[in-house]
Design a protein around this ligand. Sequence first.
Ligand code: NAD
Length: 297
Amino acid sequence: MAKVGFIGLGNMGGPMAANLVKAGHVVSGFDLSGDLVAALQRAGGSPTGSIADAVSDADFVFTMLPAGKHVEAVYGGSDGVFAHASSGAALVDCSTIDVETARNVAGEASQKGFSMLDAPVSGGVTGAAAGTLTFMVGGPETAFAAAEPMFQAMGKTVVHAGDAGSGQAAKICNNMILGVSMIAVSEAFALADRLQLDRQKLFDISSTASGQCWSLTSYCPVPGPVPTSPANRDYAPGFTAAMMLKDLKLAGEASATSGATTPMGTLACELYDQYCAQGNQDVDFSGIFRFLSATDN
Ligand code: NAD
C-alpha cells in the first residue's frame, strides 16, 4: 500500500485515482474543480485543497492534466509539486504533452533530486474506468520498476519505452498512425459508396487482405461491420475528434523540431482541424468518415 498524491481529477484522472483507491492505496487528490475533488472522496480518496496538501506526504505523485503549460505550472512555482513533495517521492505525469516540455520538466525534477516518469496513456475514458489503460513510459529504469505496480492498478499493458520523453514520443507516433489510418479507411469506404461496392463486402475483403488495420477491423468508421464501433451509435465518443487533433498537432510540432518528414501526419492534422471547425470537436474521431463522404467538402 502506497501513499499517492493525485493532481488533475478530470475525465481520465478521476477514474484512474479511483482505481488506485480500489487497489488499496491511500490517495489524496486535488483539482481546481471542487466537484471533482468531492467525487474522489465519494470513491474513497482523501480530498485536499492544494497541491501542497495532496503531495507533501506522498510516495508517488501522479498528474493528469490538459497540456504542457498545466504540467509546468503544477510542478514548478512556489506552490507546486517540486516545492512540496517529500524528497523520496516518485513523480509520474500521465498527461499527453509535447516531448520537449516532458524532457524539460523531467530535467528540472532530476536537478531537484526527484525521479520522474512521463507515462501518457491510451484507452480513453472507458479504459480509465475499467482499469485497462495502456501506459507508455519514459524515464529511468529504476523509477519505472518502482512505479509498475501502480500502473498495473490502472492499466492492462505497461511498456517502458526509453529515457525521459520516450512515453510522449510513443504516444504521438502511435496516434499519428491512428489518425492517418482512420482517414485512409474512411476514404476507402467513401470511394466504395460511389462505386456501388457494398460496405460489408469491402470489409470482408480488406479485413483479411492487405488493407487490414485497427481502424478497419476494431473501429470501423461505417455502421454495420463492427457492431461495437462508434459509427453504430451516431459517433458518440470514444475518442473525440478534438483529442485526435490535439495529438496530431503535437506530432506536427515534434516533426518540425526534430526535422522528421511526416506529410501524411500534416494532412491528417489539417483534415481534423477542418472537421473540428465544423463543430465536431466532441464527436468521435471516426466521424471523419461523414466529413470525407460529404459532397460539399
Ligand atoms: P480533463 O480536462 O477532463 O481533466 C484535466 C483536469 O486537470 C481538469 O479537471 C482540471 O481542472 C485539472 N487541472 C488543470 N490545471 C490544474 C491545476 N493547476 N491544478 C489542479 N488541477 C488542474 O481532461 P482529460 O480528458 O482527463 O485528459 C487529461 C489528459 O489525458 C490530457 O492530456 C489528454 O490529452 C489525455 N488523454 C485523454 C484521453 C481522453 O479520452 N479523455 C485519452 C488519452 C489521453
